[in-house]
Design a protein around this ligand. Structure first.
Ligand SMILES: *[C@@H]1O[C@H](CO)[C@@H](O)[C@H](O)[C@H]1NC(C)=O
Ligand SMILES: *[C@@H]1O[C@H](CO)[C@@H](O)[C@H](O)[C@H]1NC(C)=O
Length: 463
């Protein structure tokens, strides 16, 4: 074990240029938000809120530059990793990441001793550590992978839904991807997005009925839940597949309560097309949409749900055609729609891209990599993770949490959560469209932090 006493990470001195850029960017943001908060406090006549708001956005925007030390010489590696890489190619950091015997392992998957543990909460130490184990209020690791968050306004509670992968990882056959049998969809509840209470498996897998979509030998991924105001029901959409990913369908379940139990209704191929990674998005006007990777993951499709959210309408648009994107996460800010996606490289991490659109049905434009800070490897691998959801922070307009999964293909149940602050502002990297010479889109930035927290009292800012 070559992970020595001095940390694997340190300030990277050679990046003055990018630091300078970041500093200017920050200055710009701070000035913008100063004006914004001034306007806000003038309109509300509450100076205090404006000042608090400024401090909060500053705290969310801090950026860290990091630098890897490769421990050397490296110890022996697993035969599986050797096979993957072949004998000649030098190991890349991604190879190290995927190699369960790599000396860098504890850097990507820190052990239990460093877990985020709400039972030790002393109210000043509510930090999020992307990649560390995250325990629930009973001290068990949170099992909510490929997840999403519903904010229930009436209950003022956040519900985190995700795949429970707490079973053995195996390969169904020699060509099959690493997998875990379906256990079901977990739900956790929280008031502060830090302390999570396990509400149990709200949609369990099926043990006996072999022809059931949720039979444990099938695939259930990326469950997302939205609330329907008209029917007063909670509707879950998810990716349903067989072990070889040939079914490529979406499944729908419904419940009267956010904590279930959810009743599984059916699966189908949306608009008659293949559907793999997917998400749903509920707009301010109550209209909801399904977005899914299709045509062999070469493009995304988007279409509105019916009013009860239990089915799709016939309307569909192809977006990001030929771009081979998956893991879509949608959000909206000041009337513009944004989406983060990943490339398609199985469990291996890759570069995220941000996209924007004036109308949710498109056209969508690609703006570039939203990741800021860390170092180049971090930015080119979405901080060794894959997007799954973007959470708007109630009461902090323009501030979001980017939720991603750091998959651990050799032990999927030990996959980690990477949550980071996301902000919209500044000029996009690749603004393809201009309006009277001004770029149409704002930059989406996801800031790397080894450690960060939501500002004190952020829940009190809600008005
Ligand atoms: C098994 O599941 C299928 C598909 O959901 C269903 O049609 C069938 O009735 C189920 N069989 C039993 C015995 O529950
Ligand atoms: C999946 O693929 C493997 C190998 O091609 C095959 O043996 C198996 O029967 C397939 N399983 C299903 C459920 O299609």
């Amino acid at each position: 074990m070559a992970v020595n006493s001095h940390p694997l990470v340190r300030v990277f001195p050679g990046s003055r240029c990018s630091l300078l850029l970041v500093m200017w960017g920050l200055l710009g943001c701070i000035i913008m938000f100063y004006f914004y908060s001034t306007i806000q406090h003038q309109s509300k006549g509450e100076r205090q809120i404006g000042l608090n708001y400024l401090a909060m956005t500053r705290e969310l925007e801090e950026v860290e530059e990091e630098y890897f030390h490769f421990p050397s010489p490296r110890g022996k590696r697993s035969p599986r990793a050797f096979k993957r890489r072949g004998p000649r190619k030098p190991p890349s950091v991604i190879d190290e990441f995927l190699d369960e015997s790599s000396d860098l392992r504890p850097f990507f998957f820190p052990d239990h001793k460093t877990a985020i543990d709400p039972r030790k909460d002393d109210d000043v130490n509510r930090y999020l550590y992307p990649g560390r184990l995250w325990l629930d209020t009973e001290g068990n690791p949170i099992q909510a992978h490929g997840g999403g968050i519903l904010f229930d306004e009436r209950k003022e509670t956040f519900y985190w839904y995700g795949e429970n992968k707490d079973g053995p990882t195996y390969h169904a056959h020699s060509k099959g991807a690493a997998r875990v049998d379906i256990i079901g969809v977990s739900c956790y509840s929280s008031k502060d997005l830090w302390t999570w209470r396990n509400e149990g498996v709200v949609l369990p897998g099926e043990e006996t009925n072999l022809t059931h979509d949720l039979h444990r030998t099938n695939v259930l991924e990326r469950p997302k839940v939205i609330y329907n105001d008209k029917t007063d029901r909670y509707v879950m959409w998810m990716h349903i597949d067989d072990v070889n990913y040939t079914k490529a369908s979406v499944g729908v379940a419904v419940s009267d309560s956010p904590t279930g139990p959810f009743e599984y209704l059916y699966s189908k191929r949306p608009h008659g097309f293949e559907s793999r990674d997917m998400t749903i998005f509920k707009d301010n006007d109550g209209k909801a949409y399904l977005i899914y990777s299709s045509e062999d993951n070469s493009e995304l499709h988007i279409g509105p749900l019916t009013d009860d959210y239990l089915d799709l309408t016939n309307e569909m648009r192809r977006i990001l055609v030929g771009q081979h994107r998956e893991a879509p996460a949608l959000f909206k800010y000041q009337g513009t729609y944004y989406m983060i996606t990943s490339g398609c490289t199985g469990w291996a991490p890759n570069r995220a891209l941000a996209h924007a659109a004036e109308s949710i049905m498109g056209p969508w434009e690609t703006m570039g990599n939203p990741c800021v800070g860390g170092n180049k490897i971090f930015r080119m691998t979405t901080f060794f993770s894959q997007s799954t959801f973007v959470v708007p922070l109630p009461g902090l307009p323009g501030s979001f949490i980017f939720m991603a999964d750091r998959w651990n293909p050799s032990e999927l149940r030990d996959s980690r959560y990477v949550w980071l602050p996301l902000r919209v502002g500044g000029v996009a990297d690749e603004p393809l469209e201009y309006n009277f010479g001004f770029p149409l889109w704002s930059r989406v930035s996801i800031y790397w932090h080894r450690k960060w927290r939501l500002p004190d009292g952020w829940r009190n800012v809600q008005t």
